[in-house]
Ligand binder design. Structure first.
Ligand code: PLP
Length: 382
């Protein structure tokens, strides 16, 4: 029986439950991938169900075949892989192990919020470095990072490509960050959840194997968000620490792992078309936004499966635009989900989705902006 919505978690849960149970909802808000998978992915899951291989626990660090495939896909075949129930669980494990009272956790603003909660819970002080600025190409600069680190800096958490901005760091920038991390002995968590969508992504592990930790997800590129699968990649000495008391020591979902193995094996055949369709969707939204006075896309093209749309010059609140789209069965995300400081400037739209969803979003855009001018959102958004 559900308890009344007087607790924050209940309210949040009811919100997402409503979304999940809305028939035909167009998911343009969570950076999930809604394209049909390669047929072999479905077959792998059905076969695993039929064989009953899910009756047994999977190995605690993941199937060996999957671990090898992940390391290769991440471009760091020498790294050790620990498979997790999504990237977020990997981040929970890493942050809980590395952060403690007296330490500092550096990240950007905007960034992805949950690891900041994990770091604070473990006692670390969180420091956010602002990057929402055209003058620095909406990216962290080495000078900014160098000025912020000190002997207390335990972790530098870098979401790259950035969610929500869609910017991606060059190999030179990543190398500079690793040199700064090394100068103070800090770990560099390189959250590569969106790396498959980027051009020129460079894993920090290549430059700083001793203390770089790469976070990997199957939610975005392969579209397995609801199947919960990700990984953490690092030197085996570091993985050993995370493997000593992980949140889930009984192995990740067998069906999800079989899907992921099939997805990685068919990636070369399947994923280029996903990228092509994603980029065409980005272009369609870019053109639609250009036709509405006051709207603006700060980062285009984006290196992730999303675009940020600034609403501030159109005189509307991001929350109002989100609320305007809700009755149209379209979910987009308000900027405050990512950042308190800059969140009133923008909405985020995810675009690894069927073209007709994007066409509907674009067609409605002028009317939704008009509607948002007069709308005060009545329900909380998450
Ligand atoms: C930067 C970042 N890291 C991690 C995650 C979580 O990924 P997963 O679904 O694999 O837990 C997200 C989800 O949106 C994200 O944006």
């Amino acid at each position: 029986m559900n308890t009344p919505a007087r607790f924050a978690f209940e309210e949040r849960n009811a919100y997402f439950d409503r979304l999940c149970n809305t028939p035909g909802l167009m998911w343009l808000g969570q950076n999930t991938n809604h394209f049909d998978p390669h047929p072999s992915v479905i077959e792998a899951v059905v076969d695993a169900l039929r064989e009953g291989s899910y009756h047994a626990y999977a190995p605690p660090a993941g199937f060996e075949e999957l671990r090898t495939l992940i390391a290769a896909d991440a471009g760091i075949p020498d790294a050790s892989v620990f498979v997790t129930d999504g990237a977020v669980e990997a981040l929970y494990n890493v942050c809980s192990n590395l952060c403690e009272p007296g330490t500092e956790f550096l990240t950007t603003d905007p960034s992805w919020a949950w690891p900041m909660h994990f770091a604070r819970k473990a006692g670390a002080r969180v420091v956010e470095l602002p990057i929402y600025d055209a003058a620095q190409d909406y990216k962290l600069t080495p000078a900014q990072l160098a000025a912020a680190v000190n002997e207390k800096t335990r972790v530098i958490y870098l979401v790259d490509p950035n969610n929500p901005l869609g910017t991606c760091h060059t190999a030179d920038e990543i190398r500079a960050f690793t040199e700064i991390a090394r100068s103070v002995g800090a770990y560099l968590i390189h959250d590569a959840t969106y790396s498959q969508f980027a051009e020129g992504f460079s894993p920090a592990f290549l430059h700083y194997p001793e203390k770089a930790i790469v976070i990997y997800s199957f939610s975005k590129w392969l579209g397995l968000a609801g199947m919960r699968l990700g990984a953490v990649l690092a030197r085996p000495e570091i993985i050993e620490r995370f493997a000593s008391a992980p949140p889930n020591n009984l192995g990740s979902n067998v069906l999800s792992q079989r899907a992921a193995i099939a997805g990685l094996k068919s990636k070369a055949e399947w994923f280029p078309e996903v990228l092509r369709r994603l980029r065409a969707n980005q272009k369609a939204v870019f053109d639609a936004v250009a036709a509405v006075p006051g709207l603006h896309i700060p980062v285009y093209p984006s290196h992730a499966n999303l675009l940020v749309i600034e609403t501030v010059d159109a005189g509307i609140k991001p929350e109002a635009l989100v609320a305007a789209y809700q009755p149209e069965n379209i979910m987009i995300r308000q900027g405050t989900y990512h950042t308190k400081t800059f969140g009133d400037r923008f909405v985020k739209v995810s675009l690894s989705v069927p073209e007709h969803w994007v066409a509907r979003f674009c067609e409605l855009l002028p009317a939704m902006v008009d509607k948002a001018r007069h709308l005060a959102p009545s329900t909380s958004l998450f």
